[in-house]
Design a protein around this ligand. Sequence first.
Ligand code: ADP
Ligand code: MG
Length: 701
Amino acid sequence: MTEEARWWQTPVEYIKGVGPRRAELLRLEAGIHTAGDLISHFPYRHLDRSRIDLAAELREGQAFAQLKGRLTNIRWVERGPHRRLSATLTDRSGTVELTWFQGLKFIRQSLVEGAEYLVFGRPVKLGYTFSLAHPEMERTTVGGPVRRLGLMPLYSTTEKMKKAGLDSKGLEAIIRRLLDALPFTFSETLSPDVVASARLISRHEALRQAHFPDSQESLMAAVRRLKFEELFFLRLQLLRLNLGRKQEKPGIEVVRVNRLVKEFYENHLPFRLTGAQIRVLREIREDMATGRQMSRLLQGDVGSGKTMVALLAMLSVVDAGFQACLMAPTEILAQQHYFALEALLRPLRVPVALLTGSTSRSARQEILPALAEGRLPIITGTHALLEEEVRFHNLALAVIDEQHRFGVAQRGRMWQKNDIPPHILIMTATPIPRTLALTVYGDLDVSLLDELPPGRKPVITRLLKETQRRELTALVRTELEKGRQVYWVFPLIEESEKLDYTPLVRGFEEVQKEFPGWEAAMLHGRMTPGEKEQVMQRFATGQAQILVATTVIEVGVNVPNASVMVIEHAERFGLAQLHQLRGRVGRGAEQSFCFLVASPGLSREGLQRLQIMSQTQDGFRLAEEDLRLRGSGDVEGTRQSGNVRLRIADLSRDLDILQEADACARAVLAGDPFLVSPLHEPLRRTLHTLRQAESFWKNIA
Ligand code: ADP
Ligand code: MG
């Protein structure tokens, strides 16, 4: 081990200024075990302490203020049984109040009436003046602060740590001492070609400047360098894993036969495929013919026609003499797929079956042997397909629709259905930004359906307030009179783990009262699969014109004549979810509408979210906004795949750096896939270290 590696592993209790008790706290409260962990505990922000605020210019909500002024009127204030200490600080613009509640005796003794102080704290408005509770105080000498204060690091700590002197200041002192006494220069982890092409500062410089920057610019350069490094190695590992998978995992070789595909294409295709559908199909079919296993993510915005891609991919597999399955996250969706596939495949005389949790015993007894003996080429269903007793004769392709409802473990179970794992095609409408998808689904190839079928009109989206309900009713009635159908969605209220259906049921009654001439139906998750199917059928066939529902209709439902989507309490939904809901309309040639009804007392953030909805239909843009507003932890799809935990980079903010790091990692691997070039020695060494640090892998799903 090098001196540096040994230093990096130094247990915290041996670091100057720490000791056993604080070491324990650092480990338990902050997960800091070693010197390396401590250096990687980066400040969450820096405060510019070279700036002096003026009392008259303080703003409400300002996180911190630094003032310089004369201290007067030090006094005791009695409030019932409580006593506090107050003082007034006066600068050339005005005054602020300073207050203390604890440690009063000691503080009182240290304050000098009439002296000039540099004061630092959080200003809170009380009446007309601002007040700072327990501010940091420092006497100034005549003409300025006692020491030069630049960018001050702020470290996250906990209450327990603070009590042991490990507040931000305490951590700062320990880290500063550690860096000042460093007996070597931090070695470079990136290779010179990468450093040069991404224009990065050295790692040694970055580690110091990230804590104690000389300027705003050097702070930014340091943070960018460290984020880049983190994301670069994340991508490098995943890309290499992907290379490895392609070389190692054999797959079923699906040779091109083109009998059924050709017949379907020439005689039964109900429309012309879009350019994107053709391209993606080619990608899938080429991938399945290589003899290696395909693991492909098909991303396509709502309504981009993923089902047809799945159908044609499955037909290619059947052409080659294999079986295929299509798995959906809900009963409703599985049924819908079944009806659609059955109708399309009937003229080809390709049998299809449906298997869900509510499939009857007798139906099962027919389906299961047919599947095991290979008489049934295509099956669609829910997770029921993953059950032990479901055996295939020769499953070559598993299509998984709307994957974000499936966990990674379930994906794995699909692989075990054959000796040779089937090809996997995961279809999702959740428009995870491509770069994030790359990171989250690191082991998958990505195909993009980035074109909607022609003739789609953008959905007119309007934000309505409770007071505009009359107008809403009139708008909906106009559409009903034209023969269109309407979705009316209510959020489910979660009350201490119990779901409350009252708003939905009330809403249903209101809708029935408001539109007496039309037939309304109600759909929610607590109904039995049979009931759900009945309701969906009534709506799909037009017997019911209004479907009052919870978000069970969110994913995938396809009723082209439905052209109005009303969403009650729209602010309770995330952008991704609203986009999914809106995607249920605008599927036919008619002009469609989406009405977002906002509750009274909408927050600013809520309003912002709904306004974005009415401004764009671009799922990717919405996803990025969602990411920005909520952070990557909340993006659909990242949850089940296990969040990628990072020390310094933040996937919701650093997409641009991720993109750059990804491009760099690809460029390196394109020229030197096994990293054998001496130039790439630092990369090899770092990957080796990362592999040893098991924790890195634990953080990736
Ligand atoms: P999603 O990608 O959201 O699953 P679907 O597969 O449900 O979308 O397709 C949405 C609608 O568009 C369906 O009614 C489907 O029949 C239709 N569709 C799909 N591809 C085309 C196409 N190339 N041209 C016209 N309509 C299409
Ligand atoms: Mg779909």
